[in-house]
Design a protein around this ligand. Structure first.
Ligand code: XBP
Ligand code: MG
Length: 259
């Protein structure tokens, strides 16, 4: 029997590599549509990712660039409208099948579902963005595999604050020690740790490799598929080519000292 009851997944960078080719071009399309000459290239966007949340990221850019908005404009309304447009562009891109799930994600989700492990999401992005990703992942009904989808502005503070993980735990009705969380970024890890989650797995990506993952027992390049073995950057895969429930159980038991 497994020592944990649920898996809590981050979305952007974890379920799929959405940032560089999903969110970033959607921001740029929204800027162009609004007649702004702002353009976030891959490198600039990487720096802006230190700020979680699209609206917060736009706000930071305005401050960094010293952008002067027309005095008649309410800044919060302006950013919110720009962000709604960004979400429309993002949804349109994903409906065209722009972003696949990362290697091993569907395999692990299937294994968890078959084993009766409960599935949840804790993300900074909007519910629309989560739904469009899951609905276009090539697995009919995938959205419904997740019992809890905690997303976006439903909590006062975004990651690295613990709020969204605390909400996911409350909606699951579980303690942090009953769960394993899967993240891709330092902000996500700080959020999960602050919510009391200790059994943590990080799957890095091009934007997050090299970040500080102190407190995380296992950091891998990806979850792995039989033909594409995972590689451990921190911790070890116990000789396995991929991250599966047995490995997560081992990680969970090692974390809570019940080996
Ligand atoms: C990652 C984020 C998000 C997205 C943009 O969230 O920081 O802000 O980049 O999404 P996570 P929105 O890894 O927690 O899923 O523009 O919808 O805010
Ligand atoms: Mg993430």
């Amino acid at each position: 029997m497994l020592g944990f009851k649920a898996l809590i997944f981050d979305v952007d960078g974890t379920l799929a590599d959405t940032e560089r080719d999903g969110h970033r071009p959607a921001f740029n399309a929204a800027f162009a549509e609004a007649g702004l000459d702002w353009r976030w290239d891959v490198e600039r966007y990487g720096r802006l990712l230190a700020v979680t949340g699209g609206k917060e990221r736009i706000q930071t850019y305005i401050e960094e660039e010293g952008v002067e908005l027309a005095p008649s404009l309410d800044q919060a309304d302006f950013i919110a409208a720009l962000h709604r447009s960004k979400t429309r562009h993002y949804v349109a891109r994903l409906e065209q099948g722009a972003i696949p799930l990362r290697p091993g994600v569907l395999r692990l989700l299937r294994e968890a579902r078959d084993a009766g492990v409960r599935l949840a999401i804790a993300t900074t992005t909007t519910p629309e963005n989560v739904n469009v990703l899951l609905d276009n992942a090539g697995e009919a009904g995938l959205r419904d595999w997740f019992e809890v989808i905690a997303a976006g502005d439903v909590v006062p503070l975004k990651k690295p604050a613990p709020d969204i993980f605390i909400l996911a735990l409350a909606e699951l009705g579980l303690d942090a020690r009953d769960c394993v969380a899967i993240e891709d970024s330092d902000n996500g890890v700080r959020s999960a740790l602050a919510a009391g989650l200790r059994a943590l797995l990080v799957t890095v990506n091009a934007y997050t490799q090299g970040q500080d993952f102190r407190g995380v027992p296992l950091v891998v390049d990806q979850l792995g598929e039989p033909a594409r073995p995972a590689r451990a950057l921190v911790g070890d895969l116990a000789g396995q080519p991929l991250v599966d429930l047995a490995l997560l159980d081992r990680l969970h038991r090692a974390t809570y000292g019940s080996v």
